[in-house]
Write a protein that binds this ligand. Structure first.
Ligand code: NAI
Length: 268
């Protein structure tokens, strides 16, 4: 059911790789709620992913951009404003990748060159994106910028490895840039900390099924799905959340507030 929450708004959505991607669901939801959007992903993902299909379905221009490259981000933002016919109202950063996780390195034996790359792709890209939007004055007043995070930023999940540090950095960039964007541009910046979700990035984490099942059992409302995440993102992009900023917002069925859940003890 649509509420026209984003009628007349213009957005940029990063990170739709395939139908499982959280960004894919967010893009569909935003258009359903009345927004016009551009879609973007790394050039290599454009070649191998299915994003063009989504672009056709949603009538959205697909613009390649490596989120670690300032010149790509500048082009993306210029082309988006041109395609959408004005300044931007909302942006979703839905990007995560760890080379050490992909190569199954133990946390106590990480390759630090790969770690730099992980931090650049998964966290510093958020700063680069916001800096580009800020300096181009590309955001409309009362706009909303959002990045996806995970609770390993606050608590230890050993198999999440260096992505924990990447998420901690990402959340910190959200708070710090949220100040500057708020004071100067009346734009809000938040991170959304999502339940484990079955996607390419998610299932790349060792033992993901156990992760997922444990969180499902611990959360009084169960894990939040990608579709539910899309609902929450649409609300956070809408005028219904204008004074929410510099927050890390848990979207996890209550998981983050739990200590012990008796059902986990019984079934464990
Ligand atoms: P996904 O694999 O579908 O999305 C990750 C995206 O990052 C892909 O589209 C990929 O092409 C893109 N990407 C990688 N390097 C890039 C670069 N240099 N430039 C631009 N884009 C690049 O997986 P998912 O799960 O939808 O991930 C989206 C976000 O949600 C990530 O930040 C992830 O950490 C976060 N998240 C995922 C959870 C899960 O369990 N799946 C839980 C909590 C947060």
């Amino acid at each position: 059911m649509a509420y026209n929450l984003l009628k007349g708004k213009r957005g940029i959505i990063f990170g739709a790789l395939d139908e499982q991607s959280i960004a894919w669901k967010v893009a569909e939801k935003c258009v359903e709620e009345g927004a016009t959007i551009t879609l973007t992903n790394a050039p290599v993902a454009l070649r191998f992913g299915e994003i063009q299909k989504l672009g056709e379905k949603l009538n959205a221009k697909v613009i390649p951009a490596d989120a670690t490259k300032m010149e790509d981000l500048e082009q993306l933002i210029d082309q988006s404003m041109e395609a959408l016919g004005g300044k931007i109202d909302f942006v979703l950063h839905s990007i995560g990748m760890s080379i050490n996780v992909r190569k199954k390195r133990e946390y106590t034996n990480l390759n630090h060159d790969w770690m730099q790359k992980t931090l650049d792709i998964s966290a510093i890209s958020f700063h680069k994106l916001m800096q580009t939007l800020y300096n181009k004055d590309a955001m409309n007043e009362w706009g909303s910028i959002l990045a996806l995070s995970y609770i390993a930023a606050q608590r230890v999940f050993p198999d999440y490895s260096e992505m924990a540090e990447a998420k901690a950095l990402l959340e910190s960039f959200g708070r710090s840039f949220g100040y500057h964007f708020g004071v100067k541009k009346k734009v809000r910046v938040n991170t959304l900390s999502q339940s484990p979700t079955w996607t390419t990035a998610g299932s790349g984490v060792k033992g993901f099924k156990d992760f997922f099942d444990y969180a499902e059992e611990m959360s009084p409302l169960g894990n939040a799905t990608a579709d539910e995440c899309a609902d929450y993102c649409a609300m956070l992009f809408s005028d219904m959340s204008r004074k929410v900023t510099m927050q890390n917002l848990f979207h996890d069925g209550g998981y983050s507030a739990m200590g012990i859940n008796p059902s986990v003890m019984e079934n464990g």
